[in-house]
Design a protein around this ligand. Structure first.
Ligand code: IVH
Length: 705
């Protein structure tokens, strides 16, 4: 240390203390005081000091959470004090609690007139037990329970868990072993599974398996990416620390030392107190952010705990009182396919009704085709169904031992639907690399109707003012509008008859619909709601092709080119597709081109487009501008207020000339257009030396380009 300047040593110590403090505020008190970005800044400052002076890298430095090598296996750890299990009351009614209290009173020789016993009641977390060994306040080892005598050394992985403090606050005891549960929050579990699914990797059955699998990762870098949490609930070996008199005071002390302790705990009196706690938590179970499988009761006085002692491997002073399970077995009767509001096709298991997580479940999502195949779910299979919290019920796996001889064939979504949307009969499609099948009849499909109409009417699409969600609901549910073309046949009387609609607002809507007939090709293309075709792509398509006919022609050619000829390699086909007109449009890659081609090959969509045009929807026909895009490759940022047009109009005009219009200024920005009252974007342009155009210069540019 002598080679490190004193002020650097002090700064590093101050940073470590400050980071530890903010960790405590975040994980233990659940009340962070600084934004993540500030935490990251402090963290990086410490990292830099440690890089210059490696001796500053202490074991309790927050920079040292990740970094161990990949292991071949975990080293065994002999527990100084065995890690016991607890007896479980399987009766999930009030008797579970009463039986325990009666046993305790008998053991303690308390007569019926003796006062009630005091208990600490807490949650039974559904994760895995862990022993954290602190020596002189510093975390030196973390071990799993194993068989209770010998566990595994998982220190590297546990160090990556942000909620586990690397140093205790204000406890310098020679040895303090803290026991608790490593678990995964439900939201973190859902996100992790989504990530796994997207990466084509195996998903986890439940948060407990995900937590256990993560802690038993041999590569600490993988464990570090798993979102784990921790709650302390007890002690192991202790040397040089005076125990508090009660379990509840012990938990308070651990919390003060920087260990996360769950707030859902109580000190209660006698059997009635236990029953009330059990019921209160039962009502809150779904709202908790993590899974529990019951509650735990402990005699609060540590002196009484000692008097009660143990039987075989279980303490007599504690018991787990269960709740009904959130996972059950049942049989798959059928696999249906549902069409979502965006046209996404989701396989859903139809189940023998089963009571799980507090409700009778008859449907459970299977997410997508790959997921069904990965889990190999078939009609007739016995499956594990999970419903926890308000997460939708899910089939998590198949019990293969119970597969009947006459089980269904492996799932094949396309074959089952004969290639047609079950709602509207339009073709179904699935792009290369995409997880989901979808219905291509976006303009026509009843499942997608409301979404399609709202999008069509949007401000940046056909801009029909006043046509919002409530009104679309009524128009569709009342059978007045089946698709967007029907909007143009509506009459004032029909609308005035709807809920909360006067004559005046009905007339306004009819006027707004009539006005929307005069539009631009770019807006029209965007309004069609072709998947993956946003505003910018629609503008690029309009500018490139000039007319709808030219675009449709290109889409038809692309659809024909999509077919793989017999002797062609995938690379040759990709090259051929790149040569197609659709892929010449800026920003249109193979996925977007395929979506456009599929959309225009669906006859239902073409029929709606034809009816829209017959209803008078029109736009100025432009000459196709193939290649003639003077602003192609230039990026603009608009800021402030323009006098002669809105920012949206300026954006459309720039895009029509091939320019890209971005939302923020960077080194890649070619021009910033500044109207009056331009703010920080103008300042940023100055900083980066990006040329700035005023309104006059913009108008000139638009005219001459
Ligand atoms: S106390 C000597 N408290 O349940 C008492 N255990 O069989 C030791 N568990 O796998 C355990 N929440 O990890 C205790 N609040 C809690 C708990 C809890 C979950 C787990 C524990 C072990 C099992 C006990």
């Amino acid at each position: 240390m002598s080679s490190v300047p004193a002020e650097v040593q002090q700064r590093a110590a101050a940073l470590r203390a400050e980071l530890a403090h903010h960790n405590y505020l975040y994980y233990v008190l659940d009340a962070p005081e600084i934004p993540d970005a500030e935490y990251d800044r402090l963290f990086r400052e410490l990292q830099e000091l440690e890089q210059t002076y490696p001796v500053l890298r202490t074991a309790d430095s927050p920079t040292q959470r990740v970094g161990g090598a990949v292991l071949e296996r975990f080293a065994p750890v002999h527990h100084a004090v065995p890690m016991l299990s607890i007896r479980t009351e399987t009766d999930s009614g009030p008797d579970g609690a009463r039986n325990f209290d009666a046993r305790i009173r008998r053991e303690l020789g308390l007569g019926p007139d003796a006062p009630p016993v005091e208990y600490a009641a807490e949650l039974k977390f559904d994760g895995l037990a862990i022993n954290l060994r602190y020596e002189r306040g510093v975390l030196v080892q973390a071990a799993t329970r194993g068989d209770g005598e010998t566990g595994e050394d998982v220190t590297q992985n546990v160090r990556t868990v942000g909620a586990v403090p690397l140093r205790l606050r204000g406890i310098e005891a020679a040895v303090l072993e803290v026991r608790g549960e490593i678990y995964m929050r439900r939201d973190a579990f859902e996100r992790l599974n989504e990530r796994q699914r997207a990466a084509g990797e195996k998903t986890f059955v439940n948060p407990r398996n995900a937590a256990a699998g993560s802690i038993r990762q041999l590569d600490p870098a993988v464990a570090a990416r798993r979102p784990l949490s921790f709650f302390a609930y007890g002690l192991g070996a202790v040397d040089g620390w005076e125990l508090p008199p009660t379990h509840s005071a012990l938990l308070d002390a651990l919390q003060a030392a920087g260990l996360p302790v769950c707030d859902e705990r109580a000190v209660v009196q006698g059997a009635d107190g236990l029953v009330a706690f059990h019921q209160r938590i039962a009502a809150r179970r779904d709202a908790l952010p993590f899974d529990i499988d019951g509650v735990v009761y402990k005699v609060n006085s540590l002196a009484l705990q000692q008097r009660l002692g143990f039987v075989t491997r279980e303490p007599k002073w504690a018991v787990a009182h269960k709740y009904p399970a959130q996972e059950q077995l049942t049989v798959v009767r059928a696999i249906d396919i549902q069409v979502g509001r965006t046209g996404k096709l989701t396989p859903v298991a139809k189940l023998e009704p089963v009571f799980v997580g507090g409700v009778t479940v008859t449907n459970a999502t299977l997410h997508n085709e790959d997921e069904v195949r990965r889990k190999d779910v078939r009609v007739g299979d016995t499956v594990i169904v999970r419903r926890a919290g308000d997460v939708i019920p899910e089939v998590v796996g198949v019990v293969l031992d119970r597969r009947p001889r006459d089980a269904g064939a492996p799932f094949d979504l396309y074959a089952q639907l004969h290639g047609e949307c079950p709602e509207c009969g339009s073709a179904i499609a699935r792009e290369e690399g995409a997880a989901d099948w979808h219905c291509t009849g976006g303009l026509y499909c009843p499942a997608q109707r409301k979404n399609a109409i709202l999008h069509f009417a949007g401000r940046r699409a056909m801009d029909i003012e006043g046509l919002g969600e409530k009104l679309v609901e009524q128009l569709v549910d009342g059978g007045l509008v089946h698709d967007v073309a029907d909007l143009y046949a509506l009459e004032v009387g029909q609308i005035a008859a709807l809920e909360r609609m006067g004559d005046k607002s009905a007339q306004n809507l009819i006027d707004a619909i009539a006005q929307s007939r005069a539009t631009t090709l770019a807006r029209f293309l965007f309004a069609l709601g072709i998947p993956e075709v946003g505003e910018a792509t629609a503008a690029a398509l309009a500018a490139h092709f000039g007319t709808l006919e030219a675009l449709q022609q290109a889409a038809t050619e692309y659809a024909a080119a999509l077919a793989l000829t017999d002797d062609e390699t995938a690379a040759a086909r990709a090259r051929r597709l790149r040569g197609q007109a659709l892929q010449q449009v800026p920003d249109v890659g193979p996925e977007v081109a395929e979506r456009i081609a599929t959309f225009f090959s669906e006859p239902h969509n073409l029929a709606v487009i034809a009816r829209l045009r017959a209803a008078g929807v029109h736009w100025p026909e432009a000459k196709p501008e193939r290649g003639a895009q003077p602003l192609a490759g230039k990026t603009f940022v608009l800021t402030g207020t323009l006098a002669s047009m809105s920012r949206d109009q300026a954006k459309e005009r720039l895009q029509a000339l091939g320019a890209k219009v971005a939302g923020s200024v960077s080194k890649k920005t070619d021009y910033v257009v500044a109207g009056s009252e331009a703010g920080s974007k103008l300042a940023k342009a100055g900083e980066l030396g990006v040329p700035v155009l005023d309104e006059a210069a913009l108008l000139k540019l638009l005219e001459t380009s």
